[in-house]
Design a protein around this ligand. Structure first.
Ligand code: ATP
Length: 236
């Protein structure tokens, strides 16, 4: 297709206090696509998402949104431009109710009731818990709430960090079905996972992050597993 990808990282470099983590990451996510970014502990997966969301400034390379160079644009402005990051640990406000969590992030101009109804239509399990404190929800429900809250901003690009963290396999499978549905509606989804199994039924493409680069990307088939084991074991 001729349309540029919704999200593109070109040669992205990133460092913390002089210590280089990303050495030239190339990644592209098209509308309707789910791309899984996999890699061992500390490879820089979260850092990649932070760069894509404008939270961590890259020390080199470019960030593009639908072909537009947005390198250096700040997080708030990227959020308004349609980039939504659901951080590891979900970031819901534990002392606020489900409905207040849903309400607090949106800037679409839609009313409170409409915002909530859209969330409950997608995640019916949240509807009966609308008055419950978010901190007392189950892990899976909290992840649903984090997703639902992110979606109140109508994102074009959804960045998910370790969606499966601490959740039972069935709960994870259910969440990834929702993610697939979100992508089918035209959203570009970039998912970080340390362990591949959970996301690979949903992902259209997989990318391996190792040594600050993406040495392998492609369809998540059997060759991916060979690649992954070599990078995880450090033998590559
Ligand atoms: P994990 O799967 O363990 O979350 P990751 O692939 O997401 O790992 P990052 O969180 O991006 O990796 O971290 C990459 C490297 O950068 C690690 O060595 C980490 O210690 C370091 N790092 C991350 N955040 C900071 C920070 N704020 N200050 C200094 N170093 C950091």
């Amino acid at each position: 297709s001729t349309a540029p990808p919704l999200l593109e990282l070109r040669g992205v470099r990133a460092a913390y206090e002089g210590i280089t983590v990303l050495r030239g990451v190339d990644l592209a996510v098209a509308a309707g696509q789910v791309v899984a970014l996999l890699g061992p502990n500390g490879a820089g997966k979260t850092t990649t998402l932070k760069v894509a969301a404008g939270i961590h400034p890259p020390s080199g390379g470019r960030l593009l949104l639908a072909g537009r160079d947005v390198t250096g644009v700040r997080a708030g402005d990227l959020a308004r431009a349609g980039v939504c990051l659901i951080p590891e640990g979900r970031g819901v406000f534990p002392n606020l109710s489900v409905r207040d969590n849903l309400w607090m992030m949106t800037f679409t101009g839609r009313g409170r009731e409409e915002t909530e109804d859209a969330a409950y239509a997608r995640f019916p399990a949240l509807a009966s818990r609308r008055a419950q404190q978010a901190g007392t929800l189950s892990g899976g429900e909290q992840q649903m709430l984090a997703l639902a809250r992110g979606l109140t901003t109508d994102p074009a690009v959804l960045l998910l960090d370790e969606l499966s963290m601490g959740l039972a396999p069935l709960v994870v499978a259910d969440l990834y079905e929702r993610v697939a549905e979100i992508a089918r509606q035209g959203v570009a989804v970039l998912v970080v996972e340390q362990f591949a199994t959970a996301v690979l039924k949903t992902a259209d493409r997989a990318a391996v992050l190792a040594r600050g680069r993406v040495p392998w990307q492609g369809r998540p088939d059997s060759s991916l597993h060979a690649e992954l084991s070599s990078y995880y074991l450090g033998s590559a």
